[in-house]
Design a protein around this ligand. Structure first.
Ligand code: SAH
Length: 260
């Protein structure tokens, strides 16, 4: 049976995408195979797509001739940019367009989706959220790192490394004390601060750790090391954003699962 046959048999009627509505959707980590059916159908129906830098070309290609608007953040002034993005979403909706706001991964996981949703509520713009596969789960699975593994962990921490070294930083020592694996988003630049903070909090420097660049895309690269050596190894390999960091015993499953 072909994919078209399977879709024809699928008894799923997506909700109507009405003019003047904004759908806040997650495009997954990059591989179009990680798209949900609702996001795929929204891509087919939208009048305009407002997308982030993390949305892959393979996914954008699906939009075909639909109006595409890039809303990637430029460094420096995130809040002004964010205001500008929400203004654009509201403007397009008021023009009567069906607006697809497409974000990498899941829109409510470190994607400022919550802020955009709040702005839409305040502007009385009808909206809906279409979840996506977050990179912290799908990206790890793609490189044979199970997010939970019986006998290894009973919880997993999703953290942002964005604020490391500032007044708004997380208490890394407290996270280290849980002994549970930590998946760090937006942490590459601050890895040289985060790793020692975790060691100071009690995590062994020998704890398995990995960094995954461009997870699930043709540009995917993985560096496996230990908490103590990961920052150096990632720098040596020239790893750049977007990248996920994962620290914990689950990383050691990769060798076995990948048969290497
Ligand atoms: N909403 C997104 C996360 C946005 S924050 C999600 O659910 O995945 C941006 C961070 O996500 C990046 O700095 C990186 O840490 C991570 N990220 C997103 N996509 C990624 C990918 N394909 N490969 C590696 N990291 C990714």
């Amino acid at each position: 049976m072909s994919l078209a046959d399977a879709i024809a048999r699928l008894d799923h009627r997506p909700k109507d995408f009405l003019p003047g509505h904004v759908w806040l959707a997650g495009a997954g980590p990059g591989d179009p195979g990680c798209l949900t059916l609702d996001v795929l159908s929204a891509l087919a129906e939208a009048d305009c797509v407002v997308y982030d830098a993390l949305v892959s070309e393979a996914v954008l290609r699906i939009a075909g001739t639909t109006e595409l608007h890039f809303a990637g953040k430029r460094g420096g002034k995130p809040s002004t940019d964010q205001e500008d993005i929400t203004k654009r979403l509201i403007g397009f909706a008021r023009e009567g367009k069906r607006v697809l706001r497409l974000k990498g991964g899941d829109p409510y996981v470190f994607g400022r989706g919550g802020e955009e949703a709040l702005a839409l509520v305040r502007a009385k713009i009808p909206f809906r959220v279409l979840p996506g596969l977050t990179s912290g789960f799908a990206g790890l699975a793609g490189v044979n790192i199970p997010v939970t593994m019986r006998g290894i962990n009973k919880a997993v921490v999703l953290a942002t490394g964005h604020a490391a070294g500032t007044d708004e930083d997380l208490d890394w020592a407290a996270l280290a004390k849980t002994g549970q694996p930590i998946v760090v988003y937006m942490g590459l630049k601050n890895l040289p601060l985060i790793a020692p903070a975790l060691v100071a909090g009690g995590l062994a420097a020998t704890t398995p750790a990995a960094v995954i660049e461009h997870a699930t895309t043709p540009r995917e690269r993985v560096v496996v090391a230990t908490l103590g050596t990961l920052a150096d190894e990632a720098a040596k390999a020239g790893i750049a954003a977007p990248a996920l960091i994962v620290i914990g015993g689950i990383v050691s499953m990769r060798a076995e699962l990948a048969g290497r």
